[in-house]
Design a protein around this ligand. Structure first.
Ligand SMILES: Nc1ncnc2c1ncn2[C@@H]1O[C@H](COP(=O)(O)OP(=O)(O)OP(=O)(O)O)[C@@H](O)[C@H]1O
Length: 273
């Protein structure tokens, strides 16, 4: 048979995705976040689409990271933090008492500002999550999961001959792609990225941006960025935050060319922030 079925299905799926109406993956409703007495997020409601990149932008301290951390319940790990409101992923309330936050965090992976590989080999950095979550039944299957994650993160060719070398021995950009591969290895549906390029040089940044563009065909991606150029390059949706409030949210192209709110206009034209 000419061409294989999987290729065909994937092509059809991505074609379908281009033509399909936008599907919401994560619905956030009336989110407030407090650190002790201090309120950091004020009544934010936002629908995040699947198979697209959503950028969170806004001046320092406006609450981008705090809001991002609500999506995988990372704020649960901060003692003073209290979150109210509801977040639904595929219609299910992620704060429901039946949801295991550890499992949730494998479905909603996170990549941080500074690459943070484990002090383990490249192979074990990737294999760690699948082992814990029982996602591979033997050595061969685990090898396949590791290879597949490294390929999707665009790192396989650079590391395939040194899988047992320490992850911390890679360059900064490679370490960040290793962390993306580590998130991918547990088959997430959503990937949260908190300023993933801020510690990288322009070439490594461009490589990560290309990767984000490739990954959006499969995942719902949310990226916090200080770079407006980066938001414009990689995202389809942009949310502008200011003083803990969501000021404006919409198609990236519109936000950057025709913002409705004067605060958004001032921020994107560099008048504050
Ligand atoms: N762990 C914490 N304990 C107390 N307050 C916090 C904590 N984390 C953040 N805040 C406060 O909450 C507000 C929002 O911070 P957050 O880090 O979410 O903003 P941000 O927009 O991501 O900022 P930046 O762009 O500088 O990273 C700030 O006033 C910050 O000081």
């Amino acid at each position: 048979m000419d061409g294989n079925v999987e290729d065909f299905t994937e092509t059809a799926r991505s074609k379908q995705a281009q033509n399909m109406p936008e599907m919401t993956k994560v619905e956030c409703r009336n989110i407030d976040v407090f650190y002790g007495e201090k309120q950091a997020i004020f009544d934010i409601s936002l629908d995040i689409p699947d198979r697209a990149v959503t950028a969170f932008i806004g001046p320092s301290g406006c609450g981008k990271s705090t809001f991002l951390r609500c999506i995988n319940r990372m704020n649960d790990t901060i003692e003073s933090a209290r979150v109210t409101g509801q977040i639904f992923m595929d219609g299910a309330d992620i704060n429901d008492h039946s949801i295991d936050p550890v499992l949730l965090r494998s479905r909603v992976g996170m990549v941080f500002q500074k690459p943070n590989p484990f002090p383990k080999s490249i192979y074990d950095n990737i294999a760690y999550g699948p082992r814990i979550h029982g996602l591979a039944s033997g050595k061969q299957e685990l090898d396949e999961v590791v290879e597949s994650a490294l390929r999707k993160a665009g790192l396989w060719d650079e590391v395939k001959d040194r899988l047992l070398a320490p992850g911390t021995g890679l360059s900064g950009g490679q370490q960040q792609r290793l962390c993306i591969a580590r998130a991918i290895a547990v088959s997430p549906e959503v990937i949260l990225m908190d300023e993933p390029c801020s510690a990288l040089d322009p070439i490594a940044t461009a490589r990560i941006e290309e990767l984000i563009d490739e990954l959006r065909e499969r995942y719902c991606i949310v990226i916090v960025t200080h770079s407006m150029q980066q938001a414009a390059r990689v995202s389809q949706k942009t949310a502008f935050f200011h003083l803990g409030k969501l000021v404006e949210y919409g198609d990236t192209e519109r936000i950057f060319t025709n913002p409705e709110d004067s605060r958004t206009q001032d921020y994107i034209t560099g008048r504050f922030g």
